[in-house]
Write a protein that binds this ligand. Structure first.
Ligand SMILES: [Fe+2]
Length: 160
């Protein structure tokens, strides 16, 4: 473990590609909200079976698990931000807590997919999907801001 601590941190510029993952996650969430809205209008008929929606939620879950564990990992974004911006450690702790809450909400949406068959439930589920979109967007924006702050604190000539 001591050898791990001696590892130099990734240069902040290395974290700019995390923002590409954020764009992919938000793109998938936009598709999900459209699917919920479509089902809300016409119901989960044969042309838009709820399996397709469940499959998109599964893809989102997989993307988030990989993305979050990469950020939280020993050599991940959060570790390096804590090193580069120690005064932001409390923000990282809050973001990490939010990862658990976001995954719990996705899990809950997956388990509620069968309720799309009930017309009265659809507006509520669409509302939750939209709320998840806005929550994740706000979460990733906060991370992007920390990445930019970290890049700005990088010594001149540190990039390639
Ligand atoms: Fe992120």
């Amino acid at each position: 473990m001591e050898a791990e601590k001696a590892r130099p941190p990734n240069p902040p510029s290395a974290w700019l590609n995390v923002q590409d993952e954020h764009d992919r996650i938000l793109g998938l969430l936009t598709e999900l909200c459209s699917s919920y809205a479509r089902i809300g209008e016409v119901g989960p008929g044969p042309s838009e079976p709820d399996h397709a929606l469940a499959s998109k939620l599964g893809a989102l879950w997989g993307l988030l698990v990989v993305h979050f564990s990469g950020e939280e990992g020993e050599h991940g974004l959060y570790s390096d931000i804590r090193g580069a911006l120690p005064h932001r450690a409390h923000r990282i702790a809050l973001l990490q807590k939010e990862h658990c809450e976001i995954l719990e909400e996705v899990r809950s949406l997956v388990s509620d997919v069968p309720h799309l068959a009930e017309a009265a439930e659809r507006p509520r589920l669409l509302g939750r999907a939209k709320a998840l979109f806005y929550r994740i967007r706000a979460h990733e924006t906060k991370e992007n801001e920390l990445i930019h702050e970290s890049v700005r604190s990088e010594p001149m000539g540190g990039g390639d």
